[in-house]
Design a protein around this ligand. Structure first.
Ligand code: C5P
Length: 399
């Protein structure tokens, strides 16, 4: 897994910098190529010579090296790397990263890097706990950078608490887990549907539901991060104008969703139906807005096709099909019936409550597998749930 991986190791000026020599060694020993970039003050703690001897590459500090006349191209460095790891990341560098400041090569490289970025803060405990530092860390996380949290123990100041840079072995494991997860769905074609469907009664009224589509979007993101080729088919949601790094098709009604979804499913390895498809549609859609009058209005509804059940009937031997179920009574029993009747490999069961279900940011689910096993998640943000669900699918369905 490590062979040929390109690691850009950024070292900033903190006492923990000496541990980064060991970190560089761990990466090299595993088979990775390591390019070190030091901030000017990191040179007070570690020498470029020991790092270049270990990595077999020159160590860069400045954009321009006056002695050799060499220009170190930060854009090239940022494009070269598979991941960038900034360890230790001092309070000073964290603040600059969070605010787009760019007064050294490491920061210029950080700003131009397109690869995933990990940062391992190291500082005194009170500095670490300061709201300014915590806000900077949260800001970096909101940019999609990955925090490798500081650890608790004796600090250079003589105090004891949280602020030590994570041990090199722990940083190494973090990156290893990231690479492992990233490749777990490599070369798999994943097809997901999500959101509600709208069944129009007339040009302005429809039958619909409150499904946000969030779970489907997070499942798609997570599959993409793990290396899958993803297609997401979404009913009407707030994601209409969002740009995603995978294919997204927008549909409105159940019939449209079926039309788009069915052909795509033919050559998909894993299909997940999380859409809250309307079970019925009006038999007639009026061309003009229905006028009110003195009488009651009867709208005749006809049954929509069940997309999941249709796919279950056509399921190929090596294809994995996963459905969702929202139950209010006899939940496990009803979900298991669905699992069998619709011929699916797993059913994700959720129950509507204040904290779970349709339009909440959190959810708690149970997954029922064909082999009779069940797994239950914690109540977590839907983003985290998506990662948990993929871990479960991979483990229990032997993907
Ligand atoms: O039978 P029930 O609607 O409870 O089953 C829910 C599962 O079936 C979900 O995975 C949902 O996406 C799917 N479904 C479907 N087409 C329908 C209704 C539900 O694909 N018309």
């Amino acid at each position: 897994m490590w062979a040929g991986k390109k690691i850009l190791l950024g070292i900033t000026g903190g006492i923990a910098a000496y541990k980064s020599i060991h970190l560089a060694r761990l990466f090299v020993k595993a088979g990775a190529e390591v390019q070190v970039v030091l901030t000017p003050s990191a040179r007070d703690f570690v020498t470029p010579l020991s790092l270049s001897a270990l990595t077999g590459r020159p160590v860069y500090t400045d954009t321009f090296e006056p002695e050799s006349g060499q220009w170190n191209n930060h854009v090239e460095l940022g494009l070269w790397a598979d991941v960038m790891v900034i360890a230790p990341a001092t309070a000073n560098t964290l603040s600059k990263m969070a605010n787009g400041l760019c007064d050294n090569l490491l920061l210029a490289t950080y700003l131009s890097a397109r690869c995933p970025i990990f940062f391992a803060p190291a500082m005194d405990l009170d500095m670490y706990a300061h709201p300014a530092v915590q806000q900077n860390i949260a800001r970096l996380q909101s940019f999609g950078n990955y925090l490798i949290d500081a650890e608790v123990g004796p600090l250079a100041s003589g105090l004891e608490g949280k602020g030590r840079m994570a041990e090199p072995e722990h940083i190494f494991q973090h990156i290893e887990q990231f690479f492992a997860a990233k490749s777990s769905l490599a070369k798999k074609k994943v097809l997901i549907n999500g959101g509600p469907t709208y069944e129009y009664i007339d040009p302005v009224r429809f039958i619909g539901n409150h499904s946000s589509g969030d779970t489907a979007v997070f499942l798609a993101w997570e599959a993409h991060k793990r290396g899958a080729e993803v297609t997401l088919v979404l009913g009407p949601t707030r994601y209409k104008n969002d740009i995603f790094p995978f294919t997204v098709k927008h549909v409105t009604s159940a019939l449209e969703m079926l039309d788009v979804f069915l052909p795509l499913s033919a050559d998909s390895d894993i299909v997940i139906c999380s859409a809250a498809v309307a079970d019925y549609r009006p038999k007639v859609t009026f061309q003009q807005k229905i006028k009110k009058n003195e009488q009651n209005l009867l709208i005749e509804l006809e049954k929509n096709p069940d997309i999941l059940a249709t796919l279950g009937k056509r399921k190929k031997e090596n294809q994995v099909l996963i459905g969702f179920a929202l139950e209010t009574e006899n939940q496990i029993e009803n979900a298991r019936k669905k699992l069998i009747n619709k011929n699916v490999d797993a059913i994700v069961l959720n129950s509507p409550s204040q904290a779970t279900g349709f339009s909440t940011p959190t959810n708690q689910v149970s997954v029922l597998f064909k082999d009779g096993t069940t797994a239950t998640s914690q109540l977590v943000l839907k983003e985290k749930l998506a990662s948990w669900l993929w871990d479960m699918f991979l483990k229990s369905l032997h993907l």
